[in-house]
Design a protein around this ligand. Structure first.
Ligand SMILES: Cc1cc2nc3c(=O)[nH]c(=O)nc-3n(C[C@H](O)[C@H](O)[C@H](O)COP(=O)(O)OP(=O)(O)OC[C@H]3O[C@@H](n4cnc5c(N)ncnc54)[C@H](O)[C@@H]3O)c2cc1C
Length: 459
């Protein structure tokens, strides 16, 4: 067995791994970043690119009033109080610093929009592949960061008396490695969105959801941490995301959230079935319960005009160009094209418009475009559009317990010495539902905390 030594070992080369590795290196540690796949990037490079930050210069320039307090309130409200308030507080406290840390390293954010679970616009859009590439090149240029790809961690190594995690056993092709970390091991190996058995065990009823996370994300890190007694959090809330085009393949960017700009969602009977302002995990659940687990986002020209070129989930025009968005001059013709009853679609839209016009109560409880943001709009300006939408699991949002300092804790809440985690592998942060941008945000915020904390631990 080959041996390699470092001070901080980072397992998984997505955004969380790169941020943790750079943060540890900036503190002066010798860092080894290992990635199981041939290429780094994980789900991070597949993402839409929304990062949830509050109180930024970009928001201020646009007159958006946001704060740590409002972000905290939204996170706890969206998480239905099931999230760990200490992790939420840590995110809220640290996110602005994380935003400027990214900016200082050259990351460019292009736009700020309101999306799932946000009471003010706080989804800061960046190209996630460019973000990871940038951090990767920076890491490669540092003398104290070593990156290996095609090398999978298989087991954590723990002292039998001290319980201190001192490294991992790993495999690269036929070669077995003992990778030793004098200060700490950071798990940033992502979720289990590509592990069908784990999805079936933790998220029964999601069999019809597309699996859209990175192929390497099969729960390796979770299993390695469980073997050492790590706790579990948020497992009942593993959910899929609403708005994916049917038969989307891993790596395709076809998720669309026209509902947050004013569209409604109807099922194959052309009836609404949910409050469309809810976060897209809850919409994903509702969609899975419809006939054939499919629905259609119905929009008019006004919503189409709100399309934001380059902003994946709001780029309605791009979907039209791709031929994925169905269009027709009347609702009846649109209904015929998507195979739903025309009279019912007309009736559904008429009833919805009357509700918006009169301000009367919506039977599904919709009051805003998204969460508590934006006024409802009537669907009345032709032509009309329909986007076929199914549920896809893009991230698992649940996992091992960590302290606010990103220390992995065991089932009794005690830290497992020298073991840290950040990003999608963490449980406890989101709670019962989800705010757009908090996965990339969490990988950045807790990646920084984990990298620095692992470095500080004396050997
Ligand atoms: C289509 C899509 C759209 C999304 N859009 C958004 C969005 O707009 N905003 C947002 O906040 N979130 C979004 N997400 C979720 C977000 O991308 C992820 O939750 C986040 O990027 C996870 O970062 P990470 O660093 O924790 O994990 P990843 O980026 O997934 O990296 C984990 C890495 O660990 C590697 N690995 C796994 N096991 C091992 C092992 N045993 N040894 C070594 N390496 C290992 C994997 O191969 C992978 O490269 C989206 C996800 C998808 C798929």
């Amino acid at each position: 067995m080959e041996r390699l030594e470092c001070e901080v070992l980072v397992v998984g080369g997505g955004l969380g791994g790169h941020v943790a590795a750079l943060s540890a290196a900036e503190e002066g540690a010798d860092v080894l970043l290992m990635e199981k796949q041939a290429e780094v990037g994980g789900s991070s490079v597949l993402a839409g690119g929304s990062f949830a930050f509050a109180g930024t210069d970009m928001q201020k320039e646009r007159g958006i009033v946001d704060s740590e307090a409002l972000l905290t309130q939204d996170l706890l409200e969206v998480g239905q109080g099931k999230n760990d308030p200490q992790l939420v507080a840590q995110y809220a406290r640290s996110q602005l610093d994380a935003y400027y840390w990214l900016r200082e390293r050259g990351v460019e954010f292009m736009s700020v929009q309101a999306a799932s679970g946000q009471s003010v616009p706080r989804s800061h859009l960046a190209n996630p592949r460019m973000v990871v590439d940038l951090l990767h090149r920076t890491a490669e240029s540092l003398p104290n960061v070593h990156i290996v790809t095609g090398c999978a961690a298989e087991r954590l190594v723990q002292g039998s008396e001290s319980k201190r995690v001192s490294g991992v056993r790993a495999r690269q092709g036929a070669t077995e490695y003992l990778l030793e970390a004098a200060r700490g091991v950071v798990l940033t190996s992502g979720g289990f969105g590509q592990n069908k058995e784990m999805i079936a065990a933790f998220a029964p009823g999601k069999e019809k959801a597309l699996l859209l996370g990175a192929l390497g994300n099969v729960g390796d890190g979770l299993k390695m941490a469980w073997k050492l007694g790590a706790g579990l959090r948020d497992m009942p809330y593993v959910k899929g995301t609403f708005g994916n085009f049917p038969e989307t393949k891993v790596g395709q960017h076809l998720g669309l959230e026209a509902v947050y700009k004013g569209a409604i969602a109807v099922n194959k009977s052309a009836r609404r079935f949910v409050n469309e302002s809810l976060d897209y995990k809850l919409l994903g659940d509702a969609c899975l319960l419809q006939e054939d687990a499919i629905s259609f986002q119905i929009l008019d020209q006004k919503v189409m005009d709100a399309s934001i070129p380059g902003y994946t989930i709001f780029d309605f025009g791009r979907r039209l160009e791709q031929g994925l968005m169905v269009t027709a001059p009347t609702l009846a013709e649109l209904a015929d094209k998507i195979g739903v009853p025309a009279a019912q679609l007309e009736d559904t839209v008429r009833t919805y418009n009357e509700m918006v016009r009169s301000g009367s109560e919506d039977p599904f409880g919709r009051k805003h475009l998204t969460h508590r943001f934006g006024d409802l709009v009537e669907i009345d300006r032709p032509p009309f559009y329909a986007y076929p939408s199914v549920t896809g699991i893009v991230a698992t949002y649940a996992g091992i317990t960590v302290s606010p300092q990103a220390e992995v804790t065991d089932v009794f809440g005690e830290p497992i010495p020298h073991l840290y985690a950040a990003g999608e592998i963490m449980g406890g942060f989101h709670g019962a539902a989800y705010m757009t941008g908090t996965s990339l945000g969490k990988a950045t915020v807790f990646g920084r905390i984990a990298g620095k904390a692992a470095t500080r631990k004396a050997s």
